[in-house]
Design a protein around this ligand. Sequence first.
Ligand code: PMV
Length: 346
Amino acid sequence: NSVIDGSFSWSSPSNIALVKYWGKKDNQIPANPSLSFTLNNCKTETTMTYKVKSEKGISFDLLFEGKPKEDFKPKIQKFFERIVKYCPYIENYHFVIDTKNTFPHSSGIASSASGMAAMAVNVMSLEKKLNTDMTEEFFNQKASFLARLGSGSACRSVAGSVVVWGAQADIPNSSDLYGVSFPFEVHDKFKHYCDTILLVDKGEKKVSSTVGHDLMHNHPYAQQRFGQAHENLSKLKKILIEGNLEEFVALVESEALTLHAMMMTSMPYFILMKPNTLQIIEKIWAFREKTSIPVCFTLDAGANVHVLYPTSDKDFVSTFIRQELAEFCQNGQFIDDQIGMGSLLI
Ligand code: PMV
């Protein structure tokens, strides 16, 4: 074996779901299909150094921004344990993983999607070194498969720019096991869509997404919700192809509020939105009413608000965000982002 030591560096983006994944079966299989926009500026950059060793087993050191970071280690350990079945060669190496995010530390932006995607593509780079005739399609598919085992939504952060996760009759190759790029031409209006992320609350989430997904198991509205997600995905595909912004706004906001409605109606129930989340939503609605600009919001599993709008309205909406929404953000912080490409080898 000639692959003794070396290193790779990858940057992987975060993504924002428009049709939400909430609820899963064993082995990170989603209860319903989801669709996301890949982001451009919110990324994790990870360098993975590997060195062959004599005794077999999972072994690694973890650095965050170049310094040892013990509290992230269990997540990476679990990731390696889950993927070793599919990547047995990892037991021959000691890894040094040095990772950093381009977005502010503990900004309340989940780094699990970008972080786990960056781990997965790095592991696949090693696999490609061991098996040099690997196709790009295999690389992406398996990287997304591995990323899913780290964090479900991470499987949508390998490719860009619109990604579907979940088997769909009309999407070739789509699967519950990995994400694939949206195979249809999206309308020009959606090609450079903007997403400004308003940082409403930077604190640790009170309920993790793992716990949240689990609470869908005995949830009174689970089956209706999963059915609705299927329907919304069918509708959204058509909307993205045809460029109907009015329908886009209604569907995306409804998905966001439904996600949070599921949290509020589970047992135990919980609320991740903050008063400022609602203040922002009301401001967005008032602005849209007044200007007819198709700006809308979506939410992740947290209090932050993603403000989505077409590039053609960028100047106008940017002014609105700075003048009317920034005051509801923690320390006035927000991140201007837009639809982007997938993971990139640096
Ligand atoms: O990838 P997880 O297990 O952290 O779940 C993420 C779930 C949501 O962000 C709320 C929705 C989604 O589809 O990304």
